[in-house]
Design a protein around this ligand. Structure first.
Ligand SMILES: NC(=O)C1=CN([C@@H]2O[C@H](COP(=O)(O)OP(=O)(O)OC[C@H]3O[C@@H](n4cnc5c(N)ncnc54)[C@H](OP(=O)(O)O)[C@@H]3O)[C@@H](O)[C@H]2O)C=CC1
Ligand SMILES: C[C@H]1O[C@H](OP(=O)(O)OP(=O)(O)OC[C@H]2O[C@@H](n3cnc4c(=O)[nH]c(N)nc43)[C@H](O)[C@@H]2O)[C@@H](O)[C@@H](O)C1=O
Length: 318
């Protein structure tokens, strides 16, 4: 993006700037000195509305786009609202990618997810595992939309020589995460549940599933840095895995969050809830070969996120 003397003044549209990922990307871009950020909340610009998106691009003419707006949720939300997860995501990404191309955007970064890979993909999962097997049923609707987004970027590159790239992040966490008790991802859900259990002197906390699935967790500040890095250094056809390389079982994660929050009761496992994919460790060696490596450890990331939760969620409610 800093490809000329006025690089820092280039107009960059960060779609979804109030979310977990979008807000981290805005912080990172500002830290690197980018000053001309174009931002719209969902109520200011509904990205599922094709004509509004088209008028927005025609009027604003951003030079770069980072697409971090999407319908996002954890295993329960994905399993319960499949129509929303496939329809909203297809609409947002189709509108944004097509209008960005039409109105002269130089480069676009599309964000997918590690759930695009087959349920029983080889581990760690290389980029080449895409479309080699059956998807995990709890999130196949979201995964199909994300795969369509990757393919759309590739199709516009082939037909129009347009610089659209895709990054596949692993399970993320950090400031501005969604702490909803049912619809969020595991890490924020457990942070809130342990916090509330501690505050209410509860003796136990219920955790979903068997505790055996493995997940690769990654602090969103690292992901944001990797996104800026890819915008500046990568212009390839294939999507790029963006992960930490560090995986833990859900049981280990629960113990870590319990320790950070300071809850002293016991864990009870609710095996009526789905485990989802047994393991999804991505092979992020392509990103490493490009010259980028993660910085935030899971312990530091958890402490920082709990502090953020206390200051921005708990204290604001009081
Ligand atoms: N969180 C995770 O663990 C992972 C996330 N990702 C990907 O990263 C990207 C961002 O996810 P994340 O930050 O977690 O999601 P969040 O739910 O935290 O944020 C989503 C953002 O999208 C915006 N948005 C949603 N629908 C619309 C719409 N119709 N029109 C305009 N804006 C809309 C929201 O706007 P508003 O705030 O105004 O409502 C919000 O800012 C997604 O593509 C997701 O698939 C990939 C892997 C893991
Ligand atoms: C990022 C990724 O996120 C989703 O996939 P997921 O990795 O399965 O997401 P999750 O964080 O919701 O669960 C991880 C594991 O944790 C267990 N678990 C325990 N207790 C709670 C709990 O309280 N809440 C949740 N949500 N899970 C719990 C849960 O049973 C599962 O075994 C995709 O749908 C899709 O959105 C996607 O791409």
């Amino acid at each position: 993006m800093a490809d000329d003397a006025t690089g820092s003044e280039m107009k960059i549209f960060v779609a979804g700037h109030r979310g977990l990922v979008g807000s981290a990307i805005v912080r990172k871009l500002r830290e690197y000195g980018f000053t001309n950020l174009l931002l719209r909340t969902h109520s200011e610009l509904d990205l599922t509305n094709q004509s509004d998106v088209e008028s927005f691009f025609a009027t604003e003419k951003p030079a770069y786009v980072i697409l971090a707006a999407a319908k996002v949720g954890g295993i329960h939300a994905n399993n319960t609202y499949p129509a929303d997860f496939i329809a909203v995501n297809l609409q947002i990404q189709t509108n944004v990618i097509h209008s960005a191309y039409t109105h002269g955007v130089k480069k676009l970064l599309f964000l997918g997810s590690s759930c695009i890979y087959p349920k029983f993909a080889p581990q760690p999962i290389p980029e080449s595992a895409l479309l080699t097997g059956t998807l995990e049923p709890t999130n196949e609707w979201y995964a199909i939309a994300k795969i369509a987004g990757i393919k759309m970027c590739q199709a516009y590159r082939i037909q129009h020589q347009w610089d659209a790239i895709s990054g596949m992040p692993t399970n993320l966490y950090g400031p501005n995460d969604n702490f909803h008790p049912e619809n969020s991802h595991v890490l924020p859900a457990l942070m809130r549940r342990f916090h509330e259990a501690k505050a209410n002197d509860a003796e136990e906390v219920v955790v979903w599933g068997s505790g055996s699935p493995l997940r690769e967790f990654w602090h969103v500040d690292d992901l944001a840095d990797a996104c800026v890095f890819l915008m500046e250094r990568y212009s390839g056809f294939e999507h790029v895995n963006v992960g930490s390389g560090v995986e833990v079982t859900i049981k280990e994660l629960a113990e870590l969050v319990k320790e950070v929050v300071g809850f002293e009761g016991k864990l009870v496992w609710d095996c009526t809830k789905p485990d989802g994919t047994p393991r999804k460790l991505m092979d992020s060696s392509k990103l490493a070969a490009l010259g980028w490596t993660p910085k935030v450890s899971i312990k530091d990331g958890l402490r920082q996120t709990y502090q953020w939760y206390l200051e921005n969620v708990v204290q604001k409610k009081q």
